[in-house]
Design a protein around this ligand. Structure first.
Ligand SMILES: Cc1ncc(COP(=O)(O)O)c(C=O)c1O
Length: 394
């Protein structure tokens, strides 16, 4: 029953705990599944959900259908550009002069980095720096893809540009910025791509979410087309229309006016991505903690473990006990800062590893300097995380 536990225990038996690992066989399987789910659309890699340069290279080398990186900070884009990556879409806006200057320097070298905007304040700051640097900066527009219904805002709060009226206002400001050219548009439908509709024990909520998602998909596809049509007329440099995420690859791929999809979380497949009805990626990443105490017959304690994910606070943000099968967090302590007790009716020795999965993808890498790589049941090396490379962008 615990053959999977023994498999990882054996593979990592000589390594110091705690550690984070990626099972490359499952990771590669997830790459194949993501390619299949995306049809013929190009796929941009969401770096925030990987945070490991070597693994991003592995994905890019796997298929030419993968193209470009979606970065989560301008400084990160500059850093990746300097390591040879190109086609870097920064998905979130910044007005930090030093970050924009860094991007301008890379653009002068011929690299392609797109800074995200949606407000006049973003455009004006980037225009000012571009003019000072005497360069034309390619920018991107974030089109808000949440469904703004009268009784419900279904989605996240992102961009101020969400319909044709707000888009025309944006374009008017853009036209007063001679050093900017709009090359990319991005619309991320978080309410489809990032919300599971098959959560265990929540069948009513699952049905409600699924129904809202169906309605929202239709609404946003129509609106995205309308916005892209306007951009095509008004912005001759537009070459990228990016949409979706791991949870929405199939539906976003159906939109002809979207040129590329984004995927990140599906490669590691963290715990929150177990809860979707239309796909099941394989748990490729996890972390191992050392059992250090045994305070009661069915309670053990391991060292470390409090790697709780960001976002709305809830139990689902705690690490998911993974192996051996049957381990459970205690309701009072959950995953602790320096030690984590857990309930287990089987037998474990002091020093044994226990395995958990983070509820999100890239955040795991903020707690570890390296990822141990497993292939064919053996440890085959390590890759530095961003953190291991001394980088902490956000
Ligand atoms: C702009 C944007 N696109 C795409 C994604 C999808 O990423 P993932 O595939 O990791 O869920 C995200 C995630 O938050 C995002 O912010």
């Amino acid at each position: 029953m615990n053959s999977k536990y023994n498999f990882y225990k054996e593979a990592l038996k000589n390594e110091r705990l705690p550690l984070a690992f990626v099972d490359l066989d499952l990771f590669d399987e997830n790459i194949r599944a993501i390619l299949k789910r995306s049809g013929t659309k190009k796929i941009r890699i969401a770096s925030k959900s990987i945070r490991c340069v070597e693994l991003m290279r592995r994905i890019l080398d796997f298929s030419s259908q993968f193209q470009g990186i979606m970065c989560y900070s301008a400084e990160e884009a500059v850093w990746l550009s300097q390591q040879g990556f190109d086609d870097l879409l920064v998905a979130y806006p910044t007005v930090q002069a030093s970050s924009i200057n860094g991007v301008a320097e890379e653009i002068k070298k011929g690299k392609n980095i797109y800074l995200m905007t949606d407000l006049a304040a973003h455009l004006k700051q980037i225009q000012k720096i571009a003019a000072e640097s005497n360069v034309i900066l390619p920018i991107a527009l974030d089109m808000d893809m949440s469904s703004r219904w009268s009784m419900l805002h279904f989605g996240v709060h992102r961009s101020s540009v969400w319909n044709s009226a707000t888009l025309y206002e944006f374009i008017e400001v853009l036209k007063s910025c001679p050093n900017l050219k709009l090359c990319a548009a991005m619309g991320y439908e978080a309410q489809i791509a990032g919300v599971g509709n098959k959560v265990a024990g929540k069948s009513l909520m699952n049905r409600i979410i699924s129904a809202l998602q169906q309605k929202s998909k239709k609404e946003l596809a129509k609106r995205r087309k309308e916005l892209v049509d306007i951009l095509k007329k008004e912005c001759p440099d537009l070459i990228i229309v990016n949409g979706g995420g791991t949870g929405s690859l199939e539906s976003t791929a159906e939109e002809a006016w979207v040129t590329e999809l984004t995927a990140g979380s599906g490669f590691y497949a963290p715990a929150l991505f177990d809860y979707y009805s239309h796909f099941k990626h394989l748990p490729a990443a996890g972390f191992a903690l050392e059992v250090v105490r045994h305070p009661q017959s069915n309670i053990y304690t391991c060292l470390g473990g409090g790697y709780v994910a960001s976002g709305a606070v809830g139990k689902e943000k705690a690490p998911l006990p993974y192996l051996p099968e049957g381990i459970k967090l205690t309701a009072n302590e959950m995953a602790g800062e320096v030690q984590t007790p857990f309930i287990y009716n089987g037998t474990l020795e002091i020093g044994d590893p226990v395995f958990f999965r983070h509820s999100k993808a890239g955040e795991l890498c903020e707690h570890f300097l390296e990822l141990h790589l497993i292939k064919d049941g053996k440890s085959v090396g390590k890759s530095d995380t961003y953190r291991g490379e001394g980088k902490c962008f956000l």
